[in-house]
Design a protein around this ligand. Sequence first.
Ligand SMILES: [Cu+2]
Length: 129
Amino acid sequence: MLTRGDRLLQGTVACIAVVALLGAGAASAQAPRPKPTIVTVNDFFFGPDTVTIPKGRTVKWTWAETNTYPHDVHLKQGPKNLKNRASYSTHTTAVTDATFKKTFERPGTYHYICTIHPTLMKLTLTVKR
Ligand SMILES: [Cu+2]
């Protein structure tokens, strides 16, 4: 049977364990993580339209505030056997107030278009090893 003192001790041990876990999380969060590479989605171009990143980098597409037409971000062609290919495109359009983020772990060349303006809006993204 536990005395009051034993219960307090158990509570203290549990608290220390939680603090240790939180500490480990904080330590990994401190590892340098580069900011996303920004590509703006504009009427009627991606800016810039050529981007080179190291693998593991995140690209963040940001729809321009001044847009008056809808656009999407669609992977037209990417590396062969790319897993989860659908996750590389937005599948919806937006005029403004939208962002789309994707992290690129697989080196290769990614050809992006806007499906509404496929001849005007093209982006070539190169992911290096
Ligand atoms: Cu468009």
